[in-house]
Design a protein around this ligand. Structure first.
Ligand code: SF4
Length: 325
């Protein structure tokens, strides 16, 4: 059952056409994305920097207002909810940021940071609140004495644990993890990823795991969506994405990842050219200027995200059931 449904969601940011110009153009950061996130799963979202994945993550929890489209959470269309209506929804939808330090108030003690949400949402108060914060510190691998310390006294990995505890404190159901381990050393990354997986089992959490790092996404995801210039170009169970990817962009991304597995093709696909501007995306398939397989139709007609079972691919030439090349 889908916990979250994203329907034809777009986010355009207007920018001036030039210095002193009043004419505006749109940066099409997210451009007509439709996908479901099942209750209890981890959906990984990958793509190059600037492809719109963080904007999508923020739009689904309405940290950024979408330009158009719908977000349906627990069968409620929350797209136009006002601040009062969003209050209870915000408790259930939390985000963990890449840089937890910037999201932790440096003048608040960690116990107060974690407990703040519980007070606001009237989940606990007084001694009960302190007891629950202590429990959460233990759950995320911190200690009782950390309760009274300030964010600057912690390492990056520990701060990320504080961010996780803060999300759990308000009984979150859905967590957007936006590059949540990207700034951490590899060994610390593994600890945080294992923690997230343990907590997912214990608290029945659903994750939208956003990262540019395909190895990290493979490690945690049940399904993976691949984003290019604001659109989803491929989505499938993680095992299929990593063993039987179809879209040329997905294949190029995967070919750049050093994987010590001789059964996987080692041939590197080097993409020509730069990522096109999201202000004027190319016509047809937006990947066609860089695609080594592009044909005439690719610049003329935009491919749809077509599904064969659980595998969706947006390409005129490649996809389940199409000719293998
Ligand atoms: Fe490449 Fe054409 Fe497929 Fe786009 S539609 S990915 S240009 S083959």
């Amino acid at each position: 059952m889908a916990l979250l449904q994203i329907k034809n969601l777009s986010k355009f940011f207007p920018v001036a056409q030039g210095f002193m110009s009043r004419l505006k153009e749109d940066v099409r950061a997210v451009d007509g994305v439709t996908l479901d996130i099942e209750d209890g799963e981890t959906l990984g979202l990958v793509g190059e920097s600037g492809c719109g994945k963080s904007t999508l993550g923020r739009c689904v929890i309405r940290l950024i207002e979408p330009t158009s489209g719908d977000v349906i959470f627990e069968d409620q269309n929350i797209t136009d909810y006002n601040a009062t209506e969003m209050r209870e929804i915000r408790r259930k939808m939390q985000i963990i940021f890449q840089d937890p330090y910037s999201s932790l108030n440096p003048r608040m003690r960690v116990g107060d940071i974690i407990g703040e949400g519980m007070e606001i949402h009237k989940i606990a108060s007084g001694d009960d609140l302190k007891f629950r914060v202590m429990e959460l510190l233990d759950k995320v691998g911190l200690r009782e004495e950390h309760y009274g310390r300030y964010p600057h006294e912690f390492s990056g990995g520990q701060r990320q644990r504080i961010g996780v505890a803060r999300a759990l404190a308000v009984n979150a159901k859905f967590i957007v993890a936006d590059e949540a381990v990207s700034a951490l050393d590899v060994s610390i990354q593994a600890q945080i990823l294992n923690l997230l997986q343990d907590l997912q089992t214990e608290f029945k959490l659903t994750y939208f795991f956003i990262s540019h790092d395909l190895r990290v996404v493979e490690h945690v995801s049940d399904r993976v969506a691949v984003m290019y210039l604001g659109k989803i170009v491929e989505i499938a169970p993680a095992t299929k994405i990593y063993s039987d990817s179809q879209h040329p962009y997905t294949r190029a991304l995967l070919s750049a990842v050093p994987i010590p597995d001789p059964s996987r093709k080692a041939e590197r696909i080097v993409l020509e050219g730069d990522v096109p501007s999201p202000i004027n995306p190319p016509p047809g398939c937006s990947f066609h200027p860089r695609c080594p397989f592009a044909e005439k139709i690719c610049s003329e007609k935009e491919p749809e995200l077509a599904f064969d079972g659980d595998h969706g691919v947006s390409c005129h030439l490649f996809g389940p059931g199409k000719a293998v090349r």
